[in-house]
Design a protein around this ligand. Structure first.
Ligand code: AMP
Length: 209
């Protein structure tokens, strides 16, 4: 099954994708995570995108599309995938359609007020990418990842100014994808407001898995 997870920053796409990976046994492909790994490794890609990402802006379509095209050509993605954070613009969606036929697009629906609350407290493991929240989902030991012992930190783009920018970018450039995929009959809406376990249930029901 080839799935796209769509929704504003803070809708819980990353957390839900981690759960969906267990249910569907598909690779989780997050463009944000690939960019963050490149930044941590100080690779040429990482050096090129760091300032853009820290400011909450989008990496250019050409770079992002080439990255995803290469990733989807790898062996583990042939049986299907969960794409999280891509596409984020109409040109990205059009490019994707030319090299891969997506089965469903899951739209995680959530109001701005909840997004701000979630992103304000979001923490992430620098080593393995597991998401936490300083109020709703704390690691057992402050600052230490339960899964791998890595450092749990606040992403630069989760700081207040970048969050506002990311929401604005989402509204202008990514939200139009909802209509784009609805028009193709591929969109499934999932209410992302409840706690994770309930959203997983909503997801299972919507998809029939
Ligand atoms: P995410 O982890 O999905 O929130 O992505 C973090 C950041 O990486 C975004 O705010 C963008 O700066 C960049 N990014 C991730 N995916 C894309 C994409 N499909 N197109 C452009 N920029 C992206």
């Amino acid at each position: 099954m080839k799935l796209i997870f769509l929704g504003p920053p803070g809708a819980g796409k990353g957390t839900l994708a981690a759960k969906a990976v267990e249910i569907l046994k598909l690779p989780h492909i997050s463009t944000g995570a690939i960019f963050r790994a490149a930044i941590a490794a100080k690779s040429p890609l990482g050096l090129k995108v760091k300032a853009i990402i820290d400011a909450g802006k989008l990496v250019d379509d050409e770079t992002t599309i080439a990255l995803v095209k290469e990733r989807l050509s790898q062996a583990d993605a042939q049986k299907g995938y969960i794409l999280d954070g891509f596409p984020r613009t109409i040109p990205q969606a059009e490019a994707l359609a030319a090299f891969s036929a997506v089965d469903q697009v899951v739209n995680f629906d959530i109001p701005d007020s909840s997004v701000l609350e979630r992103l304000g407290g979001r923490r992430v493991c620098r080593a393995c990418g597991t998401n936490y929240h300083q109020v709703f989902n704390k690691p057992k030991q402050d600052g230490v990842c339960d899964s791998c012992g890595g450092e749990v930190y606040t992403r630069d783009d989760d700081k207040a100014e970048a969050v506002q920018k990311r929401l604005e970018v989402y509204r202008d450039q990514t939200a139009p994808l909802i209509g784009f995929y609805r028009g193709k009959g591929l969109l499934i809406d999932v209410d992302a407001r409840p706690a994770v376990e309930q959203v997983v249930e909503n997801f299972r029901k919507a998809l029939g898995v």
